[in-house]
Design a protein around this ligand. Structure first.
Ligand SMILES: Nc1ncnc2c1ncn2[C@@H]1O[C@H](COP(=O)(O)OP(=O)(O)OP(=O)(O)O)[C@@H](O)[C@H]1O
Ligand SMILES: [Mg+2]
Length: 247
């Protein structure tokens, strides 16, 4: 579903023309259809950068990105806008529009994609049902708990029926009980609709609970791809074992 070949990203240090910092070193990664795939590692490892390379929110300096058989790195702006409709995104801080109701937040990507009013209404109701928030449709984000806000974020990502959902630390702003309900929601969407999910987290418990496999990043390098079986993590690298132990 997602094929990254030798992608890399460097940033210029503030104010310096010659001083470059490698956020993601050239790496290749294949993520299967229907998989829940984790990106893990310490702060600054390059997890968020790598996630944003998948939908080209960050354009890679080298390499190619393919999603659902389409090479995103070869598309023009219009092609990329169209291709991104197959890729939903969920954010740590929810990124809801405060002056729109829950229903209107979920409707937003469908309006951008030019859906009819009638179709939008039906799809929004369906998605709010899926995340268990049908009774909150006319509320505003400020009236919701953190977990409810994130489920609105998930409903919004799901609305255009994406093949892939990218989630950057979707539970880091939440307490443990709420975290569980949001993880259940993601798992449910994966199992019912076969949506491939890539989730950034520094929490091993999230990897254990949710993921089929996970990539371990350290200082921009891909150390290993870890299998998660029966909620057990089998890390080979020293850093991987350290992360597992800290949990
Ligand atoms: N736009 C940018 N300009 C300059 N440097 C950046 C930019 N974005 C990220 N970086 C640097 O690239 C490195 C990787 O950042 P990234 O946000 O991908 O890490 P992360 O693994 O998501 O960390 P965290 O767990 O703290 O979110 C960091 O050292 C960061 O400071
Ligand atoms: Mg990050």
């Amino acid at each position: 579903m997602i094929v990254l070949e030798q992608v890399s990203k460097r940033y210029r240090h503030r104010g310096a023309d010659t001083d470059w910092f490698t956020a993601v070193a050239p790496l290749s990664l294949h993520i299967r259809a229907g998989e829940i795939f984790g990106l893990m590692g310490y702060s600054g490892a390059g997890k968020s950068t790598l996630l944003r390379l998948i939908n080209l929110l960050e354009r890679p300096d080298t390499g190619t990105v393919k999603v659902a058989g389409e090479e995103l790195t070869a598309l023009n702006a219009a092609g990329l806008r169209r291709a991104r409709q197959h890729i939903g995104m969920v954010f740590q801080q929810f990124n809801l529009l405060a002056n729109r109701t829950v229903a209107d937040n979920v409707a937003f990507p469908l309006q951008v994609a030019g859906w009819t009013h009638h179709d939008i209404e039906a799809r929004v109701a369906e998605c709010l049902n899926i995340v268990g928030l049908a009774d909150r449709a006319q509320h505003y984000p400020a009236q919701l708990s953190g977990g409810q806000k994130q489920r609105v974020g998930i409903a919004r990502a799901l609305a255009p029926s994406p093949k892939v959902i990218l989630a950057d630390e979707p539970t880091s702003a939440l307490d443990p009980a709420t975290t569980r309900s949001v993880l259940e929601c993601l798992l449910d969407i994966n199992q019912r609709f076969g949506v491939t999910i890539v989730i950034v987290t520094h929490e091993m418990s999230v990897i254990r609970r949710l993921c089929d496999r996970a990539a371990l990043l350290h200082r921009g390098e891909l150390l290993e791809v870890i299998d998660v079986k029966d909620n057990q993590i089998h890390a080979q690298s020293a850093i991987g074992q350290e992360l597992v132990q800290e949990d």
